[in-house]
Design a protein around this ligand. Structure first.
Ligand code: BTN
Length: 260
């Protein structure tokens, strides 16, 4: 991996010409990376997605990881959603007029009008419980990506920012905004009020819940469970009402729509 010669770059930005995965790179260099460092590349060769999936990123997808220190271990479940909320706030700041078109699809997607605009992969390294967890928040954001080619048509239902804005915001500006909102979130969760801040953030997440009231199927360890999504609980878990009326709560799993 090499650092791009293009300058000047902000001190918090590690711009890599190419790398296998910005998350992998950040985890490998974690000891040297400060709180708020953003690792970015335009060319990620072996991106990783949730649940061990491969994350393929054609040109025009922004791939980055943000390093956050001292996130309380108790708040890690639900953090992908909260990070997704930061992605929404960043985009809404830069692209006015998108209000309510951006939603969160549990556990880790940002949707633009029912299509996937961004995915989040949070990976943590816990040093000790009092220091909390050092988190790497990986984000893949479709900026000006063309998904029409055959090779990448396997990506399900993607959206790209350039479809809704005539001139897409500059990459560095987007990185700056994403960093700003993630640092703000981390600041709230590091404060002495972290439990109530977590609840407030999760209630903002609920306002953006794309699944609420929808018939969905959750796939978890090879099992498929269908029902109605009835909301996100106070830990960030998804609640599902099954056809017999029982309610099940999921901490992880992959959601598709029951009819698909
Ligand atoms: C998902 O939707 O499954 C999550 C996708 C996360 C992709 C990003 S791209 C930057 C960072 N590096 C990775 O290898 N993955 C994340």
């Amino acid at each position: 991996d090499s650092i791009s010669a293009a300058a000047p770059l902000p001190p918090w930005l590690k711009w890599l010409e190419s790398c296998s995965s910005t998350n992998t790179w950040a985890i490998e260099h974690l000891a040297q990376l400060d709180h708020g460092t953003v690792v970015f590349t335009r060319h990620q060769t072996h991106g990783r997605g949730q649940n061990g999936r491969v994350w393929y990123s054609p040109p025009g997808v922004l791939t980055l990881s943000v390093v956050l220190d001292r996130i309380p271990a108790t708040q890690l479940s639900g953090f992908s959603l909260i990070a997704g909320l930061a992605v929404i706030y960043a985009i809404e700041d830069l692209v006015p007029g998108l209000q309510n078109q951006l939603r969160l699809k549990w556990t880790n997607d940002v949707w633009l009008n029912q299509r996937k605009l961004a995915g989040v992969l949070c990976e943590g390294v816990t040093s000790n419980l009092s220091n909390g967890t050092k988190l790497v928040v990986g984000i893949g954001l479709n900026h000006h990506a063309d998904f029409t080619s055959l090779e990448i048509s396997t990506i399900r239902n993607p959206a790209s920012l350039h479809e809704v804005v005539p001139i897409v915001p500059n990459e560095i500006l987007i990185l700056e905004k994403l960093r700003h909102y993630l640092l703000q979130t981390a600041g709230l969760l590091q404060s002495s009020q972290h439990s109530s801040c977590f609840s407030v953030l999760l209630s903002a997440v609920r306002d953006r819940d794309a699944l609420l009231g929808k018939q969905i199927t959750i796939e978890l360890s090879g099992e498929q469970i269908s029902g109605e999504a009835i909301g996100i609980d106070d830990r960030g878990c998804l609640r599902l009402r099954l056809s017999d009326g029982t309610i099940r709560t999921f901490m992880s799993g992959h959601v598709t729509f029951a009819s698909v």
